[in-house]
Write a protein that binds this ligand. Structure first.
Ligand code: ADP
Ligand code: MG
Length: 391
């Protein structure tokens, strides 16, 4: 039987033939991701621990003799035509901006791109926090690279995908999502140092699954509060640097240093800093416990992360807490926490394989009863990063 990725690639090639009446020259699949621990640490130059999941975005493509990109988004039943000679962002929110942005930044490097027919087909839910946007950017970049026979260092591809999202789409994301979609490894998470961009592959012991529960809450508050948290972290660094010479970001502050400086900081700023500093330490502890195969210790770190995000960083919400509470009361669950920026979005839960179905059924029954909302429940395994299949 096909793996989910292989089945997606095959289906995407079929849709491509139906749409363009020709054979694709390449099929690329790029996965979505979940961050296991290390939240709101990226912009503080800290550590994150994401993993690529078995939901992916596929692009099947073939070259065209003109200078146009004809792109069909299968999930949206929408076709767009872009000219490579005129790649400017379309209206805010247009899905084609993700692909156009990647093409734009490839061309800005000096790479010459030919026109292409492209069909996008995805199993990553959009807007659930599993990073369908980075999966689309990485798939698009690798499609252009393959069709045009380019050779570009991995990190440059990752950075230009992030640039596409920052500057073309207008979303201020960090680099984690593109990084993991590109370089993810089966049954592993990646511990990424957001300052140096060095990474370590961290094995996830056998016998567990990840369950992602989307609360179906989306809050517009998220972006203004996100900006405010960034400012609070910077305010913390500017006070702390008077007492801890040489620090540039909260990444450079240890929990002990911070505790000694408590009286110099505004109470709210202190709590924000405490979240970041302890969260960085939790990522490092997670790497150690996972390497030692100690899943219960790792699960406790996930619960502590959630508590810190709820109490110190104040980015959780009622519905995220409800899901974490249900997880905590369920058998076979090792740990759970909100994942993503917060104020809604998803909870990631690490659960023993034999308990995953019971947990999924319980969430499907209990969460709507207390929240009045329908959850999105995704049971995931951990997969490799982007795959390019020339045909
Ligand atoms: P997330 O990355 O958490 O899924 P975002 O809001 O960052 O959510 O990105 C979702 C957007 O990315 C969609 O609104 C759409 O514009 C684009 N996108 C993602 N997947 C697809 C797809 N399969 N086809 C077309 N556009 C997509
Ligand atoms: Mg996104």
């Amino acid at each position: 039987m096909d793996s989910p990725r292989a089945a997606l690639a095959r289906q995407t090639a079929e849709y491509f033939r139906g749409q363009f009446k020709t054979e694709p020259h390449v099929v690329v699949t790029a996965p979505g991701r979940v961050n296991l621990i290390g939240e709101h640490t990226d912009y503080n130059d800290g550590f994150v621990l994401p993993a690529a999941i078995d939901r992916a975005t596929a692009i099947a493509a073939s070259p065209r003799s003109d200078r146009n990109l004809v792109i069909h988004a299968q999930n949206l039943k929408s076709t767009m035509m872009l000219s490579l000679a005129d790649l400017t962002p379309r209206r805010t929110g247009a899905w084609s901006n993700y692909v156009a942005g990647v093409a734009h930044f490839l061309r800005r490097r000096g790479d010459n791109l030919a026109g292409a027919n492209m069909l996008i087909n995805s199993t990553v839910p959009r807007g659930s926090g599993l990073s369908s946007s980075a999966a689309l950017e990485v798939a698009a970049a690798c499609t252009f690279i393959s069709l045009n026979g380019l050779t570009i260092p991995d990190l440059d591809v990752i950075v230009l995908c992030q640039q596409a999202e920052n500057e073309f789409v207008g979303v201020q994301c960090g680099i984690m999502d593109q990084f993991i979609s590109y370089l993810g490894k089966k049954n592993h998470a990646l511990r990424i140092d957001c300052r140096s961009l060095e990474f370590l592959q961290v094995p996830i012991p056998a016998g567990v699954r990840l369950l992602i529960c989307d609360t179906a809450v989306r809050r517009s508050l998220a972006s203004s509060e996100y900006n405010r948290r960034r400012e609070e972290c910077d305010a913390g660094v500017s006070v702390l640097s008077r007492h801890l010479p040489g620090i540039l970001k909260l990444r450079d502050v240890s929990p002990g240093d911070l505790a000694r400086c408590e009286s110099f900081l505004d109470q709210t700023v202190y709590r924000r800093c405490r979240h970041v500093v302890t969260e960085n330490a939790r990522v490092e502890d997670s790497v150690r416990t996972l390497r030692a195969g100690d899943l219960s210790a790792f699960g406790q770190l996930m619960y502590e992360s959630h508590r810190s995000l709820r109490v110190d960083y104040e980015v959780s919400c009622r519905e995220l807490d409800m899901v974490v509470d249900i997880c905590m009361e369920s058998d076979g669950v090792l740990g759970a926490r909100m994942t993503g920026a917060g104020f809604g979005g998803s909870v990631v839960c690490c659960v023993r394989e034999e308990a995953v179905e019971v947990l999924a059924a319980r969430l499907a029954r209990d969460y709507p009863a207390i929240s009045g909302r329908q959850p999105g429940i995704h049971v995931c395994s951990l997969e490799d990063g982007v795959a390019v299949e020339p045909r």
